[in-house]
Design a protein around this ligand. Structure first.
Ligand SMILES: NC(=O)C1=CN([C@@H]2O[C@H](COP(=O)(O)OP(=O)(O)OC[C@H]3O[C@@H](n4cnc5c(N)ncnc54)[C@H](OP(=O)(O)O)[C@@H]3O)[C@@H](O)[C@H]2O)C=CC1
Ligand SMILES: N[C@@H](Cc1ccc(O)c(Br)c1)C(=O)O
Length: 180
């Protein structure tokens, strides 16, 4: 019986990570903390254009994340078309209104009141790009059978964290929160 192995002809590349002195490690870890500590969750987004290459590059970085059995169970979709962004906003707002009014419950809504969040997401029209992140709960093998994506939820979550870190290269705010 033929077995499917997507990487059977891939050459072995020896792993040779760069090593740093203790002094360099400390400096690099402080610099990285300083960069990450500037991150904020905001709901006011600049319409200023961002080079598309930068968006592609941060997504490449997100794709370096670890995943169950290296299945890479994520799909990143970049949207810039104003009409598509607007349709996404309408869909998200419809769902979020139901969340706030029915699904979340009084305590959750009360807990969020100090953040003054609500279901209105006008920044989804304003941001030059939306990055939609999809979790692939399974893949499809060349023989059309299902391929198991182990730990797909946590793998995608880790990848989102790396995406957020990579987005810190920006000059102006790009957007978190991701909308559920
Ligand atoms: N749409 C959704 O479903 C969801 C949305 N969210 C959003 O994400 C938010 C939480 O994300 P998070 O990134 O933690 O929030 P913040 O942007 O508030 O915090 C990020 C960092 O900024 C620091 N910080 C925040 N405000 C100040 C300030 N005024 N001065 C100095 N430092 C500050 C915090 O410091 P410190 O740690 O010291 O407080 C923290 O390290 C929620 O409030 C919500 O709006 C989260 C989950 C789901
Ligand atoms: N997803 C909604 C509700 C929400 C908002 C902020 C939060 O920290 C949490 Br937890 C939930 C929204 O984005 O408005």
């Amino acid at each position: 019986m033929k077995k499917y192995c997507e990487e059977e002809d891939v050459a072995h590349v020896p792993y040779s990570p760069e090593r740093y002195s203790e002094e360099t490690m400390l400096k690099k870890s402080k610099d990285f903390y300083s960069l990450m500590n500037q991150r904020r969750s905001v709901r006011f987004i600049s319409p200023e254009p961002v080079p598309r290459e930068v968006i592609d590059q941060v997504i490449h970085t997100a794709g370096t994340g670890p995943s169950g059995a290296h299945t890479e169970p994520w799909t990143f979709v970049v949207v810039s078309d104003p009409e598509v962004k607007h349709q996404i906003r309408l869909t998200v707002e419809e769902e979020e209104e139901m969340n706030y009014r029915q699904r979340m419950g009084d305590k959750w809504v009360q807990d969020l009141s100090k953040f003054r969040t609500n279901w209105m997401k006008e920044y989804l029209d304003v941001a030059p790009y939306l990055i939609l992140i999809f979790k692939q709960t399974y893949g499809i093998l060349p023989n059309s059978k299902k391929k198991t994506h182990y730990y797909n939820e946590i793998s995608v979550s880790i990848s989102c964290g790396i995406l957020l870190a990579a987005l810190q290269v920006k000059k102006k705010k790009i957007t978190w929160p991701f909308e559920k």
